[in-house]
Ligand binder design. Structure first.
Ligand code: LER
Ligand code: MN
Length: 279
């Protein structure tokens, strides 16, 4: 398993849920604190100069773990269940650009709030159908470029659709899209899932990536989530992808990022040793 940290460019809205801002300096900071990658929050592929990004990553021996799309929802107001067909067409076009970029950087794109919600006047079945139609189109484009779309269940206070891993896994199965994966975020799981460890194990076959934050969305170790339970469950499933730190930049970004790395990296080293030894 490898560890990354969520970042965005300087112009991203304050609502972009990241630790550091400014891509070049965030890559340097993340490397300095012991992270192996960055998770890049984008609303469109044009925000990134690909050759420059590649050079900044190479200089620090870093990788992009995943491109996250919360800003497609929060800034552009676009999402998969949008009742307006033209808006759904635009979201597919935005994802087309992000998929091209992800093909060279990380090969994973998260769909969190961008999946959309059950709008007033819409039934759950209608929202599900719109989600499945858009997800099918996006995943077909992603498959062609070797990119995986990962669906992130988000808690009920942020969105009214796909709140826990069981719901996400059920929709993935219903979609028949064999390549769509799940991206648990233990902050949301602490609110929505029955037991974090058991839900991770039960839904293991779809899990491709994981967000780590504590119960108060601060750095791991500053709340009450049992990260030993999280790592034990992931070990049981043989998960060996990226974990990414997605936390509030409090009391300031550097302190938050350094606490998260200090708390998680030793657990990850033990985890990786166990995987190597075949446990
Ligand atoms: C996105 O990864 C996420 O966890 C959302 O809660 C952001 O609002
Ligand atoms: Mn998350």
């Amino acid at each position: 398993m490898k560890l990354s940290v969520a970042i965005a460019d300087t112009h991203a809205l304050p609502s972009a849920f990241v630790v550091w801002r400014g891509i070049e300096n965030s890559i340097a900071k993340a490397a300095e604190y012991g992270y192996q990658g960055i998770e890049l929050a984008l609303k469109s592929a044009d925000e990134v100069n690909a050759p420059l990004l590649a050079a900044w990553l190479q200089k620090k021996n870093m990788e992009v773990s995943c491109i996250s799309t919360g800003q497609v929802y929060a800034d552009l107001g676009l999402y998969f269940t949008h009742p307006d067909a033209a808006a759904r067409e635009t979201v597919v076009t935005v994802f087309e650009g992000l998929i091209r970029l992800a093909a060279d950087f990380g090969s994973l794109i998260n769909v969190g709030r961008t999946r959309g919600f059950i709008a007033q006047g819409q039934t759950t079945a209608e929202a599900e159908q719109l989600f499945l139609d858009t997800a099918t189109r996006v995943c077909e484009m992603a498959d062609k470029r070797g990119v995986t779309i990962i669906l992130e269940p988000v808690n009920r206070y942020e969105i009214n659709f796909i709140n826990n891993l069981d719901e996400g896994a059920r929709l993935i199965q219903k979609s028949g899209i064999s390549t769509m994966g799940l991206m648990p975020d233990v902050f949301h799981m602490n609110i929505e899932d029955d037991k974090i460890g058991e839900s991770l194990v039960r839904n293991a076959q779809w899990i491709r990536y994981i967000h780590l934050a504590d119960s108060n969305r601060q750095a791991p170790g500053w709340g009450h989530i049992d990260f030993d339970e999280v790592f034990a469950a992931l070990l049981q499933t043989g998960f060996n992808g990226w974990a990414s730190i997605e936390i509030l930049p409090e009391p300031d970004p550097d302190l938050a990022a350094s606490q998260a790395a200090r708390y998680i990296l030793p657990r990850m080293a033990d985890f990786n040793k166990s995987i190597e030894q075949g446990y």
